[in-house]
Each structure stands twice: as structure tokens, then as C-alpha cells.
Write a protein that binds this ligand. Structure first.
Ligand code: NI
Length: 208
């Protein structure tokens, strides 16, 4: 296992479309995934795509804690960009990382993922990205999606997702198509430094 170097916005690897994985069960794919998980935990982040560690393959890892999913759901149900709870969440300390709890999603590996929006509704929320350290942006994403992918065992994964779960999957899969979140933004005045986030009265989003 190894902590890999994370590519930053501007590196060409983040602008190119990643290639399909021919054999999800291959040992080198398992090693890649193990290294991606270690890198994501070290950062820390809530998701990571292979191009972010300079590997042009369609591989994503992510997880969503129940606390994070619930916070996001509260925001969508009430106010939008402001969050009064202001809880800073540490992924390594949260047991939901290990298994599904509530609305959380356990650590998931997606190989060759495909996303289909369910409906046209999009919601705005703040996102961070390990490839854009120190920045946050308010990004529109489909509220509900369906996605399918292969796991490390070669078995198909099919899920429907809403809210923060759907947001993370859309963010990570964008990386596989050479897209970083500012390209999805409709109002670049909402691209800010993390150090200024208190002006927006929001909590620190998880980076992906
Ligand atoms: Ni990202």
C-alpha cells in the first residue's frame, strides 16, 4: 500500500477521458484501489478518482457517512447554501465509513461506472476537491441518479442515489471524463477560498 501523489487542476491527466478497465478482478486493479483508499483516507477526502492519482482508468472510490448525508438532506429540505450546524467531520473517526448506517454509504469501489439522471431536478451545494486544494465551489448536480458499475469481484453494482450520495458519484465520475467541478458551475462568483468560508456561513464540505 502506498499514498499516491494527487494531481492538481492544470495537470493534463485531469483533462483527459479515462479508459475502461478490461479486467476489474486483475491484481493490479486491486492494488490501485488499495492505494487510492489509503490516499483518500490520508488526504482526507470522501471520494477519489483514478485520474487524480495520475492513472487514466475508470476507477472511483468513495463513501458517505450517515451524518454527512443527513446534513445534506437537511440543507436541501430547508435553507440551501447555509448550514448552521457547522460540524467539522473527520472521516477516519466515523464508523459509518465501514458499513452502511442510516442514509450513509459504505466504502464503495466503482469500476467503469455509468450514470443516468433520474428526472431533471438539480440542486446547488458546496463541493471541494482534492485536486483543487483550498477552494470550494457551489455546484449544480442532479438530485437523483441511477448508476451501475463493476466491483473488484467483477460483479455488477446497481444503485439509485439522491442528495449527497448522488452528488459525490457525479463529482467522481466527472473526473473520469476530464471534468473538474468549476466546469459545472453556473456562477463563478461562488468559487471561493476555504479560508473565507465563514463569510458564507457554511460548514467545510468534504473533498472528493
Ligand atoms: Ni474531485
Amino acid at each position: 500500500m502506498a499514498i499516491l501523489k494527487i494531481a492538481r487542476m492544470g495537470h493534463p491527466i485531469l483533462r483527459q477521458a479515462a479508459q475502461l478497465v478490461a479486467d476489474p478482478t486483475a491484481p493490479e486493479i486491486r492494488r490501485l484501489v488499495e492505494d487510492m483508499i489509503e490516499t483518500m483516507d490520508d488526504a482526507p477526502g470522501t471520494g477519489l478518482a483514478a485520474p487524480q492519482v495520475h492513472v487514466p482508468l475508470r476507477v472511483v472510490v468513495f463513501f458517505v457517512t450517515a451524518a454527512r448525508a443527513a446534513r445534506e438532506a437537511d440543507r436541501e429540505g430547508g435553507q440551501d447554501e447555509t448550514d448552521q450546524s457547522a460540524t467539522h467531520w473527520t472521516p477516519a473517526a466515523d464508523p459509518a465509513r465501514e458499513e452502511n448506517q442510516g442514509e450513509g454509504v459504505g466504502l464503495t469501489v466503482l469500476i467503469n461506472p455509468v450514470i443516468e439522471p433520474l428526472g431533471v431536478e438539480k440542486t446547488l451545494a458546496w463541493e471541494g476537491c482534492l485536486s483543487l486544494p483550498g477552494l470550494l465551489g457551489e455546484v449544480p448536480r442532479y438530485h437523483a441518479i441511477r448508476y451501475r458499475a463493476l466491483g473488484l469481484d467483477g460483479q455488477e453494482i446497481r444503485r439509485e442515489a439522491t442528495g449527497f450520495h448522488a452528488r459525490v458519484v457525479q463529482h467522481e465520475c466527472d473526473h473520469l471524463n476530464g471534468i473538474v467541478y468549476p466546469q459545472r458551475m453556473t456562477d463563478l462568483s461562488r468559487l471561493i477560498f476555504t479560508s473565507e468560508m465563514h463569510h458564507a456561513e457554511m460548514h467545510h464540505p468534504d473533498r472528493a
